[in-house]
Design a protein around this ligand. Structure first.
Ligand SMILES: C[S@@+](CC[C@H](N)C(=O)[O-])C[C@H]1O[C@@H](n2cnc3c(N)ncnc32)[C@H](O)[C@@H]1O
Length: 240
C-alpha cells in the first residue's frame, strides 16, 4: 500500500504529541475495564499504544502501522520501554491485512478512520461483530469535516525543538462523494528564517455521527459518544 506519511513521518509524531496529552486520559477512561487483547489501528509513533498500555495494564497489544517512517518511531518508543517491549507486538501492515488474534477485547482507531473507504469500514464493523469479547469495545474519533466540504488553511500545530520552531498547517478540499483531499504543509523555522518545507496531500473519507451509527447497527453494534465532546470520541459495543 502507498505510504501517505513517507515524507511527513519525521514531523507527525511530535506534532500529535500535544493533542495526546488531552486525548490519552480520555481514551484511558473509555477503555477502563475492557479485556485484552487490544489493537491500536494505525498506531503511528505510538502515543496511543502507550495510553492503551497504561489503561489496560494486563492486556497484550497489537500495534498495526503500515508506514515504515512512522513505524520506526513506534519501534523506538516500544523498545525503549521495558513494559511496552514485553507486551506490544508491532504489525507492519494495514489493519485489513494484519494477522490479529481471533478474539479481541479492544480496538482503538485514533486519527485514522478517514483512511478507510466505506467498504473497508464495513469490513472493520464485521470484524468487530465477529471478534469482540464480552465487555469488549472499539474506541475511535471522528474528525471534522463530517461532509466533503472545504477547510481553509489552518495551523494545527506549533512546537519548538532546540533552535528550530516547527509549524504544521492543513487545508482540505472536496474530492468526490464522501471524500476530501488534505493538503498538509510542515515548516521548520530557524533563527526566524524558514529553513525547510514539506508539502504532502492525501485523501480522507469523511464520516459523520449519524452515518457511523447507521453503519454499525447493520452489524449488530451500537455507537455512542464518550468523553469531552470536542475530542469526537465514540464508543462501539455490541448492541443490547
Ligand atoms: C494521523 S496518523 C495517527 C497516528 C496515531 N493513531 C495517533 O493518533 O498518534 C494516521 C495513521 O494511520 C495509518 N494508516 C493509514 N492507513 C492505514 C490502514 N489501512 N491500516 C492501519 N493503519 C493505517 C497511517 O500510517 C498513520 O500512522
Amino acid at each position: 500500500m502507498t505510504d501517505q506519511y513517507e515524507r511527513s513521518a519525521e514531523f507527525v509524531d511530535a506534532m500529535l504529541a500535544p493533542h495526546w496529552t488531552i486525548l490519552g486520559p480520555a481514551l484511558a477512561e473509555a477503555l477502563r475495564g475492557a479485556p485484552g487483547p487490544a489493537v491500536d489501528v494505525g498506531a503511528g509513533g505510538g502515543h496511543g499504544t502507550r495510553a492503551i498500555a497504561q489503561a489496560l495494564p494486563e492486556a497484550e497489544i497489537f500495534a498495526v502501522e503500515p508506514s515504515p517512517g512512522l513505524r520506526s518511531v513506534l519501534m523506538a518508543r516500544v523498545y525503549e520501554s521495558p513494559e511496552l517491549r514485553d507486551r506490544v507486538t508491532v504489525l507492519p501492515s494495514g489493519l485489513l491485512q494484519a494477522a490479529l488474534p481471533p478474539r479481541l477485547g479492544a480496538l482503538v482507531a485514533m486519527n485514522v478512520i478517514g483512511h478507510f473507504d466505506p467498504a473497508d469500514r464495513h469490513t472493520i464493523w464485521k470484524l468487530l461483530a465477529e471478534r469482540l469479547l464480552p465487555g469488549g469495545r472499539a474506541v475511535l474519533n471522528l474528525q471534522p469535516p463530517a461532509e466533503p466540504t472545504a477547510v481553509p488553511q489552518t495551523r494545527f500545530s506549533e512546537l519548538r525543538i532546540g533552535r528550530r520552531r516547527y509549524e504544521g498547517w492543513g487545508r482540505a478540499e472536496p474530492a468526490g462523494p464522501g471524500l476530501i483531499t488534505w493538503h498538509m504543509t510542515y515548516r521548520a523555522i530557524q533563527d526566524g528564517e524558514p529553513d525547510e518545507q514539506v508539502e504532502v496531500s492525501y485523501t480522507w473519507w469523511v464520516l459523520g455521527q449519524d452515518q457511523l451509527k447507521a453503519e454499525v447497527i447493520e452489524h449488530g453494534l451500537q455507537a455512542a459518544p464518550i468523553g469531552p465532546a470536542d475530542l469526537g470520541l465514540w464508543l462501539i459495543t455490541r448492541a443490547v
